[in-house]
Design a protein around this ligand. Structure first.
Ligand code: ADP
Ligand code: MG
Length: 400
């Protein structure tokens, strides 16, 4: 590339002796010195490369210095190259003005004073180096600008994609919800009659059925009831995003105590200990928040079923300067590798034989929390329990 060439100075003089004496003054100063014995030769050299400046003899036989200068000026790439005329003492004023009018930047009287020559040439060499540096920086800047522009463009494309993806997702979700709403609605009626007729069979025809027949009927009923609760859960899930949020101050501690009491009454064994921090408040939809706590507490209750001293706690912690609700138990826990899956419908990490359930509870919990503008996550260790954390905007506790 041109800008990587060594900086050079051109000496134009028909006399080899004079070229030699100029060159020896300039030699060894960190730039190259190129010689030309005539104006024509100078033009040829200028085609090949750029020069920091030209030292031009005025009196040359074939084409004098002024003529050469005016031709150089007409060349597109050398129209601004500084020309220093080297001339004998006897140059007339008229000649000097002619030189200046041709774009000469200076006159050097021959024989030249070495220090003066070196100093003047050095100015133009430095100028050229600076210009090249500026050009390099400019190229760099352009590269950076270009990269930046591409980055900005890529980002706005990505944002646009996310937007349209979200829109499609929203539409799909709405469709899915209304679909599962009508499906679960329509499924309930035949299911109820299946369960109903199975019950009638059991009641009225128990005498004509043997033990195995009764067992089969029992299984039919158990399965249809299980399916019934699945459908109930699905219905709840699909209704979540339909209803409008009715926000009011909700006492989470009171709700939790209520739910704990219900759980205990429904099955006193095992005797689960509940430790609930009082006075936990949030601005929320009371009914939806009740579903959240019902699911989290009944999970905690369910998954501590096999430990010796089951303990379920609810409280508030400060994590990274943010106040976070937590529901903790010392039960079965699970492997964190699957933690993300839990919040999707029908995802269960434990077998139904061990711990019954439909796998919809946490999906409901997450939707409700998200609808409130909060976030939910979980930490668990196998056999050491699980802690569910969630945030709700405008929440507080008695402790402040
Ligand atoms: N407190 C908990 N301790 C251990 N595992 C839990 C806990 N809560 C939820 N899980 C895991 O997450 C799964 C999904 O929970 P959930 O959606 O409430 O469904 P379900 O309770 O019907 O199984 C559970 O099956 C279980 O594997
Ligand atoms: Mg559950």
């Amino acid at each position: 590339m041109q800008s990587e060439d060594k900086v050079a100075v051109l000496i134009v003089d028909d006399s080899a002796t004079k070229r030699f004496s100029l060159k020896s003054v300039l030699d060894d100063v960190g730039y190259e010195v190129v010689e030309a014995s005539s104006g024509k030769e100078a033009l040829r050299q200028l085609l090949k490369r750029e020069f920091a400046c030209i030292l031009m003899d005025v009196n040359m036989p074939e084409m004098d210095g002024f003529e050469a200068a005016s031709m150089i000026r007409k060349r597109p790439r050398s129209e601004h190259v500084p020309i220093l005329f080297v001339t004998a003492m006897h140059t007339s004023d008229e000649d000097r003005y002619k030189g200046y009018s041709l774009g000469a930047v200076d006159y050097l009287l021959s024989p030249v004073v070495p220090e003066v020559l070196r100093a003047k040439v050095a100015v133009f060499v430095d100028l050229m180096r600076m210009r090249r540096e500026v050009e390099k920086q400019k190229e760099l800047l352009e590269l950076v600008n270009h990269a930046l522009a591409e980055e900005v463009e890529a980002r706005s494309r990505a944002e646009e994609e996310v937007r349209s993806y979200n829109q499609r997702l929203e539409v799909a979700n709405k469709e899915l919800e209304s679909f599962s709403y009508s499906v679960s609605h329509d499924l309930r009626a035949p299911l109820r009659s299946m369960d109903g007729f199975a019950r009638v069979l059991m009641d009225k025809y128990a005498a004509v059925l043997d033990e195995q027949g009764l067992d089969y009927l029992n299984r039919v009923r158990a399965a249809s009831q299980r399916m019934g609760s699945l459908i109930e859960d699905l219905l709840k899930l699909s209704q979540l995003t339909r209803a409008e949020l009715k926000l009011s101050p909700v006492d989470l501690s009171e709700l939790a105590a209520d739910i704990a009491q219900e759980l205990k009454t429904a099955s006193p064994e095992p005797a689960v200990e509940f430790k609930l921090t009082p006075g936990l408040m949030a601005q929320a939809d009371r009914n939806l928040l009740r579903q959240v706590l019902e699911n989290l507490l009944s999970n905690a209750w369910k998954f501590t079923g096999r430990v010796e001293h089951p303990l379920v706690e609810m409280g508030m912690e400060e994590i990274d300067g943010q106040r976070v609700f937590m529901v903790r138990d010392n039960g079965a826990g699970f492997d964190m590798a699957h933690a993300e899956r839990l919040f999707a419908p029908f995802q269960r990490l434990h077998s139904a034989a061990e711990f019954p359930g439909t796998g919809i509870g946490l999906a409901i919990v997450q939707r409700v929390i998200n609808r409130h503008g909060g976030r939910i996550w979980v930490r668990a260790v196998v056999d050491q329990g699980a802690t569910f954390y969630f945030t709700l905007p405008n929440s507080s506790s008695l402790e402040g």
